[in-house]
Design a binder for this molecule. Sequence first.
Ligand SMILES: Cc1cc2nc3c(=O)[nH]c(=O)nc-3n(C[C@H](O)[C@H](O)[C@H](O)COP(=O)(O)OP(=O)(O)OC[C@H]3O[C@@H](n4cnc5c(N)ncnc54)[C@H](O)[C@@H]3O)c2cc1C
Length: 401
Amino acid sequence: MHDIVIVGGGLVGSSLAIALDGCGFRVALVEAALPKVSEQPSYDERNLALARASINALTALGVWAHTKGQAAPIERIHISRRGEFGAVNLVADELGLPAFGAVLPARELGNALLHRLDACQSLERIAPAQLTAIESTADTIELSVREGERERRLSTRLLVGADGTGSFVRGHFGIGVQRTDYVQSAFVTTLTTEKPLDGRAFERFTDSGPVAMLPCGRHQAGLVLTVPTEDSDRVAALDDTAFIALVHERFGYRLGRLSRPGKRKPYPLARVLADRLTAERMVLVGNAAQTVHPLGAQGFNLGLRDALSLSELLIAARQENSDPGNADLLQRYVERRTPDREATTSFSDDLVRLMGNKSAPLRVLRSLGFVALERLTPLKRRVALRGMGFRGDVSQRALSR
Ligand SMILES: Cc1cc2nc3c(=O)[nH]c(=O)nc-3n(C[C@H](O)[C@H](O)[C@H](O)COP(=O)(O)OP(=O)(O)OC[C@H]3O[C@@H](n4cnc5c(N)ncnc54)[C@H](O)[C@@H]3O)c2cc1C
């Protein structure tokens, strides 16, 4: 009998398992893929912009040490829209901050998480193993897990659904979703730049979708190029020269000539919000609870905050000798996560809609908004701190350095 079974060992489920290690509850982590960076679907080439609060938490969890200094700090953020006046320059130093966060490829974060998982003392890791069936009894949840040819039964007092956007757990509990298809796909790759990035990140909005350029090294940029889905096959088929020409057309020459694009693949973009976060003895975290547009770079940052809040509640429950699946605890989780979840998911969505809208009055308002924000240091600082993940009920691990 387990106290807690986490299904899904992606970025969020693994972080939660690490946060719970040694807490005294019997915890298992069930993951469908082999525990190798090359096998796990989300441990790929996407460059993750990690908020300061996330880096603090990953440091406190002993994960950051395994990234071996590969993260590149974000010291300045430049936001603009093609064809409109005004731009916002957020400079960490001017706002009294060391950096806004850092960029790390998901593959490297995945690698660090796997190393840290290897060092867990009491966690049971069940992988590769796919959850195939769920049954609720009065006091437990019974799970069927397929491990190769073998069918294994697990019994738990709390089930955590960390199984991503298409969550099997969420579906089993009949929890519906609100789905918004952005009819856009994001191409993610790295590029070499002629001019140095020097810690600068760029967010540029155009009529055909946003382009982000993240600092990955002095002359290495992580590109996120969004295109309408109807163009996705055409863009995927472009050779390197034509692809670079498209990036220049959308982004311009701020970083001089761009070259040597890496492998690229499109991600179809949709917002998927679960109607509820809990059911009896079950709780959702990460993308299973909410999947957002990558434009605001919020998905993992938000999912990590889910994991941190849940782990704090569970550690306290263990100290009080109480049941990890009790309804009060789940209700407190919902109360604690709702304000951050609502603010962050609507921030990402509003950004996509506001910046994507082509109407003339909005263009003027947008430009004026840029000019105003550019001039107001206290407002800039507030925007920056929220973007750094210090929002809602901030977990202790996110505050520690
Ligand atoms: C292009 C792109 C760029 C992004 N950039 C950023 C960024 O800059 N900053 C940021 O914070 N976020 C970013 N994100 C979002 C971030 O990648 C996700 O929010 C994060 O990966 C979600 O993690 P997760 O663990 O919840 O889900 P996932 O990573 O999807 O993991 C789910 C896991 O569950 C496993 N699983 C599924 N079903 C089962 C089952 N039945 N049994 C067992 N295991 C199962 C899967 O194998 C998988 O390993 C970006 C996303 C994209 C697509």
